[in-house]
Design a protein around this ligand. Structure first.
Ligand SMILES: [Fe+2]
Length: 440
C-alpha cells in the first residue's frame, strides 16, 4: 500500500546537511539578517505505510541564515526526542517531559525570549534548539509551563507576549489559555471548560479576547486503545461553538456562540469591531470523519465570521471559495484591523500562493511548480515601522526539475512579479507545516 505522505516531496529526507554560501539568483535584501526556520514531519525510521499518519512523524527543522545579502548557511536537523536520539545512536537530551509524552515537536518553530523552540500540540512540551538547530532538550519555560504547549501561540504585537491555547486528552473537558511574558515565563494560566477532550490547533487573539475554537474533533479513547497512531476523530454529536475569553478574565467568563459544524486548523487573524468580533479563518467542512488522514474531506475555504456579542449570534460569510490553507498575516497586525492575508493554495490543479486584499476584496495568485502540496509563506516587514505589506514573503518551494527546494524571497508588494531572490537549497525540504523568520 502506498501512503501519499511517504512519496514525492512528502517523503522524508534521510540526511542532515550543513552547507554554507548557497547559490542565489537575484539579490537577497540586506535588511534580512536572521534565520528562516521551518518545521515538519520527517520520520527517522521508515514507518509502516498502511498506518502512517502525517501528523505523527518526528520533527525536522530546516533553516537558512541570511546576512549581508548572502545565504550564509542551510542546515536541517531532526529534533532529538529520546526515540530520535536512540535511532541516531546519540545520548538522550535530558529535560522535563510532560506525562511521558516525549515527542520530537514537528509542527512549528519560533523564536521567543532568546530561545528557539520547536512546537507541537496535544501534550508534549516544546523542544529547545540552539541557534544552529542542535537539540538542547524539552522545555517547560524555566519551570513555568504546567503541561504541554501549543504549536500556534500568537504574539501580541504591542506587548510581545505569547498567547496560546493548549489541550491534552488527560485534562478531560478542560483546555488551558496561557500568556507567556517577554522573559519567556508563563505569567498567566486559565483553565476553560469545553465540550469534551477536544483538539484545538490554533486560537485567535483580539485586543479584548482570546478566541477558543471548540469544534467537533475529539479524542477517541477506543481508537487510542486500539493503537491508532492518530486518535482524534470527527464527532457529529459535538456542538460546534466559538468562545470569547476576556484576556484578563477567568475561565467562567467565556461567552460561547454556536456555529455550523466544521473544523478550523488555522485562523488568519481577528479583531474587535464595536460590539462585534471579526474572525477570519480557514474552514474545513469536516475533519477526520470519513478519512482519518484528513484528506479528501472537502476544500478548505477562507471565511469571515462576525460574532455579534449582544445578539449572541455568528454571521458566517465565505470570502474565497478556492482551496487554501496556511494563512499568515504581517505579525504586526495580529489582533488588530488589517488589510492583507497570505495563504498557500491549490488552484486549477496546481500549487500557488494567494495574496488577499481584504479591504478591496481582491486577490493575486502566484503559481508555483507542482500540484501535490503547498508551502506556507511568511511575511517579513522591510523595516520595523514600514507599512503593512511593505516587506518580503519567504517560502520554501519544491522544484521538481532540480528535485530540491528553493527559498523564495518575494517582494510582497510585487507578489506576482520577479522574485527578489531565489536561494537554491542543497536538497529537498519535504512538504511540512510552519515556519518563521527569526531576526538576529
Ligand atoms: Fe498549524
Amino acid at each position: 500500500m502506498t501512503n501519499r505522505y511517504l512519496t514525492g516531496n512528502y517523503a522524508p529526507v534521510d540526511r542532515e546537511l550543513t552547507e554554507s554560501d548557497l547559490p542565489v539568483k537575484g539579490h537577497i535584501p540586506r535588511e534580512l539578517e536572521g534565520r528562516y526556520l521551518r518545521n515538519g514531519p520527517n520520520p527517522v525510521e521508515a514507518p509502516e505505510p498502511s498506518t502512517h499518519h502525517w501528523f505523527t512523524g518526528d520533527g525536522m527543522v530546516h533553516g537558512v541564515r541570511l546576512r549581508d545579502g548572502r545565504a550564509e548557511w542551510y542546515r536541517n536537523r531532526w529534533v532529538r526526542s529520546a526515540q530520535v536520539a536512540a535511532a541516531l545512536g546519540e545520548p538522550i537530551r535530558p529535560g522535563p517531559v510532560h506525562a511521558e509524552m516525549d515527542f520530537a515537536a514537528n509542527t512549528n518553530v519560533i523564536g521567543h525570549a532568546g530561545r528557539t523552540l520547536a512546537l507541537v500540540e496535544a501534550g508534549p512540551r516544546p523542544y529547545e534548539l540552539s541557534y544552529d538547530l542542535e537539540t538542547i532538550g524539552p522545555s517547560d519555560f524555566d519551570g513555568s509551563l504546567d503541561g504541554g504547549y501549543s504549536a500556534h501561540p500568537k504574539r501580541d504585537p504591542v506587548s510581545g507576549e505569547l498567547h496560546a491555547l493548549s489541550y491534552f486528552w488527560g485534562w478531560g473537558d478542560r483546555v488551558r489559555y496561557t500568556v507567556t511574558g517577554t522573559d519567556g515565563r508563563v505569567r498567566r494560566a486559565v483553565d476553560v471548560e469545553v465540550g469534551g477532550p477536544v483538539s484545538i490547533h490554533d486560537l485567535s487573539l483580539t485586543e479584548r479576547y482570546a478566541v477558543i475554537y471548540d469544534l467537533p474533533v475529539v479524542f477517541d479513547m477506543g481508537a487510542a486503545a486500539a493503537g491508532a497512531a492518530f486518535p482524534y476523530r470527527w464527532d457529529a454529536s459535538y456542538e460546534a461553538r466559538v468562545g470569547l475569553l476576556p484576556r484578563d478574565g477567568a475561565g467562567s467568563d467565556v461567552r460561547w456562540f454556536e456555529i455550523e459544524p466544521c473544523y478550523v486548523f488555522h485562523a488568519l487573524n481577528a479583531y474587535d469591531d464595536g460590539e462585534e468580533v471579526v474572525l477570519d479563518v480557514v474552514r474545513h467542512r469536516r475533519m477526520f470523519d470519513t478519512n482519518v488522514l484528513g484528506s479528501d474531506e472537502g476544500r478548505p475555504t477562507l471565511e469571515r465570521w462576525r460574532v455579534n456579542i449582544p445578539a449572541g449570534k455568528v454571521i458566517e460569510e465565505r470570502l474565497d471559495d478556492r482551496g487554501q490553507e496556511f494563512p499568515r498575516v504581517d505579525e504586526r497586525v495580529v489582533g488588530r484591523p488589517y488589510r492583507y492575508g497570505y495563504t498557500a493554495a491549490f488552484v486549477d490543479e496546481g500549487n500557488a500562493l494567494i495574496k488577499h486584499d481584504l479591504a478591496s476584496g481582491t486577490s493575486e495568485i502566484r503559481r508555483l511548480p507542482g500540484n501535490d502540496g503547498g508551502s506556507e509563506a511568511v511575511f517579513v516587514p522591510r523595516v520595523e515601522d514600514s507599512a503593512e505589506d511593505d516587506g518580503w514573503m519567504l517560502s520554501i518551494v519544491y522544484d521538481p526539475v532540480r528535485d530540491a527546494s528553493d527559498l523564495l524571497v518575494l517582494n510582497a508588494a510585487d507578489f506576482t512579479g520577479e522574485p527578489a531572490a531565489v536561494v537554491e537549497l542543497p536538497q529537498r525540504v519535504p512538504y511540512g507545516f510552519h515556519g518563521n523568520w527569526i531576526p538576529d
